[in-house]
Design a binder for this molecule. Structure first.
Ligand code: CTP
Length: 447
């Protein structure tokens, strides 16, 4: 058994998925040893795990390890199994198929419909959600063939758990290391809990069309461009600035739009960090940092922006805060307090000043009049690539609504109107625009 870091979420997962059938595909890479931990965590969570190993996977880890943990013989081949059609039987039995690690060769074959062997035949025969967890050397991970194949898979609704930076085979350091088992298992359990398992076809597993009326937001009804390997940092919610021990200055922001963007980016395969002032629940697989004030948000964002390729500043940051919070609670009998205000830091401006080369910065502009004009001025003043402008006084748009209506204004001056749509649909439109601005040559997973 490999060394394992303590897994803080293990208790929460225990026994949560009694009886769900998970096919665990293991392909031939050194990270196959980490699939042992994935197997054990899934069994601990109550899943019935059916291990499927390729020949090369068995060069790295013995099949007895998986069969003992899963209490199920390892399946290896289309031929010689007691069942004459093991792939279709497995595909139908599965509530979910997860492939960890997935080699470049597996990803290429799957994207191109080459059913070469039991595991590939199974992922093609199943109608259950499929989760692919790539692991390979940085050079291979960055190869356009691998990235394009992953984009094809993501467009078809396959969930990609992007790799991480760290130690690779042969003592190299870089990006491409298999995601930590806890992240993979969280993604699997999250999908099973959402009951995507009976979704019926692949596209539905990644389909957001139920979340709102995409058709109204232009051509965003299809699964969007993959953000696999991209680190997306998102802020959400209104900041709260302490007046005294019990009172705060805040605004009407609900955080819904920022959370929708984080969720949509995660479903497109991005590594997402969400810095939020809300206590909204966040799906598995998204790193959440809960903050309250503008100062806390600034610190959290500046620290994490170093590794991000995309930063989306959807939070409504207070523009002013009390110069100093009163100690304890102010009482009515104390008389009217005099509250001195000072400006908060402009976080977006700070992010723009310190941005790393190639990083894409997205701001939001909340306006009540002259929306496009004011948003363009803010785009220039804050040095961002894309401004999402909304008229917060328009019916159905802005704070606390479930819908929104925005203009996407880029630095080249192009303005795209997104008519009233769900905040999830608007999130997809924003990410489509981000993907277009990044272009096909984007460098995935750097840093
Ligand atoms: N913003 C920020 N830090 C602040 C204020 C705003 O990072 N202290 C960001 C917001 O998150 C948003 C963008 O700047 O992405 C524009 O915010 P908005 O409230 O529309 O504009 P302000 O710059 O605050 O200007 P004003 O309120 O005067 O319109």
């Amino acid at each position: 058994m490999p060394d394992e870091a303590p897994d803080p979420a293990a208790g929460q997962r225990a026994g949560a998925m009694t009886g769900k059938v998970v096919v665990l595909g293991v392909t031939g890479g050194i990270a196959a040893y980490k699939a042992v931990s994935v197997c054990r965590m899934l069994v601990d969570a109550g899943c019935h795990v059916v291990p499927v190993m390729t020949r090369d996977a068995r060069r790295f880890v013995g099949e007895a390890t998986f069969s003992a943990l899963a209490s199920e013989p390892v399946m290896k081949s289309l031929w010689g199994e007691p069942d004459a059609i093991p792939h279709t039987r497995l595909g139908r039995r599965a509530d979910l198929v997860v492939v960890a690690p997935a080699t470049a060769r597996f990803i290429g074959s799957y994207a191109n419909g080459i059913s070469d062997g039991l595991l590939l035949a199974t992922v093609m025969a199943t109608r259950a959600p499929v989760v692919v967890c790539p692991a390979m050397h940085t050079e291979m991970w960055e190869h356009p063939a691998v990235q394009e194949n992953l984009e094809v898979l993501a467009r078809r609704g396959v969930h990609v758990v992007s790799p991480e930076p760290g130690r690779l085979a042969g003592g190299d350091e870089g990006f491409g290391r298999l995601a930590e088992p806890g992240r993979i298992v969280d993604c699997v359990l999250g999908l099973l809990a959402g009951d995507h398992s009976k979704a019926g076809d692949h596209s539905k597993a990644g389909d957001h069309s139920k979340a709102g009326d995409h058709s109204k937001a232009g051509d965003h009804s299809k699964a969007g461009a993959s953000l696999s390997g991209v680190h997306v940092l998102v802020s959400a919610g209104g900041t709260r600035e302490a007046v005294d021990a019990v009172r705060v200055l805040t605004n009407r922001s609900s955080g819904k739009q920022g959370h929708a963007i984080a969720e949509a980016a995660s479903l497109r395969g991005a590594r997402v960090t969400l810095v939020t002032t809300t206590d909204r629940s966040v799906p598995h697989g998204i790193e959440v940092v809960r903050v309250e004030s503008a100062a806390q948000m600034e610190k959290a964002l500046l620290e994490r922006s170093i590794s991000a390729q995309v930063v989306v500043m959807a939070a409504a940051v207070a523009d002013f805060r009390p110069k100093a919070a009163f100690e304890g609670k102010l009482h009515r009998s104390d008389g009217l307090p005099e509250i001195l205000l000072e400006p908060t830091p402009d976080i977006l401006m700070e992010l723009s000043r310190s941005r790393r080369p190639g990083q894409l910065l997205v701001g939001f502009a909340a306006e009540t009049e002259k929306v496009a004009e004011r948003a363009k001025l803010k785009l220039l003043a804050k040095g961002v690539d894309l401004m999402v402008a909304n008229d917060v006084s328009a019916p159905g748009a802005g704070f606390d609504a479930d819908t929104n209506q925005v203009l996407l204004i880029d630095a080249a001056g192009s303005v795209e109107e997104i008519p009233l749509a769900s905040k999830h649909a608007v999130a997809e439109a924003v990410l489509d625009k981000v993907a277009r601005l990044m272009g096909p040559g984007r460098a995935p997973g750097q840093g």
